[in-house]
Design a binder for this molecule. Structure first.
Ligand SMILES: Cc1cc2nc3c(=O)[nH]c(=O)nc-3n(C[C@H](O)[C@H](O)[C@H](O)COP(=O)(O)OP(=O)(O)OC[C@H]3O[C@@H](n4cnc5c(N)ncnc54)[C@H](O)[C@@H]3O)c2cc1C
Length: 477
């Protein structure tokens, strides 16, 4: 058996692990990066990038379907070549993965290991059965894995997840999507727009991650109008020929059933901390079995053990995985001189159409007596009407006492961009007044944001509602 002694061992060669390793090397420490699956990162291989490539194809199909609205005829109608859609997705996906693999290749061979790591002592790891690694500090960056709920146990070998869905040769004729979180909504809508008969099953009454009842209502109405959505349903699933038979009760209690060629489990992801020998580390675990940690240092208690990325289940998005890897790497290298690092304003985007986004403090986390809420509907917003995307609502929250922006929840056209503007404003501790002093071009979707900010200013009694300036030429700008 091989023996290794290093300053820092990093478990997991994904976004967080790679970022952690970079910091450790930068600090002049010795390091080994251990990957138990395949190199290439979840984001590039089976996450952000292939899903956005699928959505991009779906957007084109949707635009073609909408052409009539603009007086444009598509002579031969719409025809979707499933294998070609999937081939383009994989072609670009593989390029993105290639960039990651190139950077992994740059890592000296003796600083990376293939195999599953598990703790056998607080800072000692066994990698498969071939290498024993002794480290001064360990970074756990093991990501997350798809969760298959008990009702899918009988079909778990054939049900698709994000790990397998992007490898399909052709689009299925029909698909049942179980789960209505970010992945279910994004992929479910994309498949629907790519001509797949798609049904979305939600265990609760939620579509997506929002907490504001007004915006949630808009999401339910908007996506309910386009997609075949079944809320508060846990269907029974069984194999039926080449496909699946699903049985469920509708909201009126009537029995329903449907047959689908394929089944996608978008039923959540679980941090990859099971089976890695945490019981040998002495770190405290929360009720979910995740080590308790300080999000400013990523340290688990006082131990020389640091958590990063989806494994922490703190903010399971890419830029946060990268940040957490960086923080964990800096502190693992410097242990015991662990320093708190600044975290960014929370930002999360669902790339559905319309987009759904959350910025800063969620509505649920706020004290309703201490905040004011400004609102805009996109139903009549100038640019949204021009582009036939006039659906959605944005709600912005500010501190009632000082007018500082706190957060926002939104569903609307291209709010991915507005979510960024607001996140930057929140992180800069901008007040509503200061935000209104920023330039707004005309005619843009962001003018809707200004309407919401003006609404907020009026509610805060900070200023008289501004009258539209002369150049503004339409309702809802
Ligand atoms: C379908 C989908 C779409 C997404 N879209 C977006 C998006 O649009 N925007 C966004 O910000 N985020 C998105 N995400 C989330 C984002 O991909 C993750 O937050 C991010 O990739 C997490 O990075 P990570 O380094 O924590 O995990 P990973 O990249 O998964 O890396 C963890 C690595 O650890 C390895 N590992 C696990 N256990 C062990 C072990 N015991 N020993 C050794 N190695 C081990 C794994 O094999 C894996 O390679 C999406 C995720 C999915 C699934």
């Amino acid at each position: 058996m091989k023996q290794l002694r290093v300053d820092v061992a990093v478990i997991g060669g994904g976004t967080a692990g790679l970022a952690a390793r970079r910091e450790v090397v930068g600090a002049g420490n010795s390091v080994v990066l251990i990957e138990g699956g395949v190199w290439g990162t979840t984001c590039a291989r089976v996450g952000c990038m292939p899903s956005k490539l699928l959505i991009a194809a779906a957007d084109v199909a949707h635009t073609v379907r909408q052409a009539g609205e603009f007086g444009i005829r598509v002579p031969d109608g719409l025809s979707i070549d499933g294998p070609a859609v999937l081939q383009r997705m994989r072609r670009h996906r593989d390029r993105f993965v290639g960039f990651v693999l190139d950077s992994v290749e740059q890592i000296p061979a003796d600083e990376r290991l293939l195999g599953r790591a598990r703790f056998v002592a607080p800072t000692t790891l066994m990698v498969d059965d071939h290498t024993r690694v002794e480290a001064r500090a360990v970074v756990i960056a093991t990501g997350s894995q798809p969760h298959i709920p008990p009702e899918l146990a009988a079909v778990r070998d054939s049900v698709l997840t994000n790990e397998t869905a992007f490898e399909q040769v052709d689009l299925p004729g029909s698909m049942a999507v179980l789960g209505s979180g970010v992945i279910g909504l994004e992929v479910g809508q994309a498949l629907h727009r790519l001509g797949v008969r798609t049904a979305l099953f939600a265990r609760g009454d939620m579509l997506g991650p929002l907490t504001d009842p007004v915006v949630r209502g808009c999401v339910a109405e908007t996506f309910g109008a386009e997609l075949d959505v079944h809320c508060n349903v846990v269907p029974q699933v069984q194999r039926d020929g080449d496909g699946y038979r699903l049985r469920w009760r509708d909201s009126a209690g009537a029995e329903q059933e449907g047959h689908f060629a394929a089944l996608l489990a978008a039923t959540g992801r679980r941090p990859g901390v099971e089976g890695i020998g945490l019981e040998h580390t002495g770190v405290a675990l929360d009720a979910r079995g995740i080590p308790t940690f300080d999000p400013r240092t990523m340290q688990c208690g006082d131990a020389p053990i640091f958590l990063a990325g989806d494994a922490s289940a703190y903010r399971s998005v890419l830029h946060e995985a990268s940040d957490e890897g960086r923080i964990a790497g800096i502190n693992a290298a410097a242990f015991p001189d662990v320093r708190a690092q600044k975290r960014r304003t929370p930002l999360m985007i669902v790339f559905s159409d319309p987009n759904v986004a959350m910025v800063g403090r969620s509505f649920r986390s706020l004290d309703p007596t201490a905040v004011e809420v400004g609102c805009v509907s996109y139903a009549d917003q100038g640019r949204a009407v021009v582009t036939a995307r006039n659906v959605g609502v944005v709600r912005i929250y500010a501190n009632r006492t000082c007018g500082t922006l706190l957060g926002a929840e939104m569903c609307g056209p291209r709010v991915e961009h507005m979510a960024h503007l607001l996140a930057w404003a929140v992180q800069s501790h901008l007040s509503v007044e200061a935000a209104l002093e920023m330039p707004f071009y005309h005619p843009v979707f962001e003018e809707g944001l200004r309407t919401a900010l003006r609404d907020l200013a009026a509610r805060l009694k900070l200023q008289r509602p501004e009258r539209p300036a002369d150049l503004e030429c339409g309702p809802g700008t």
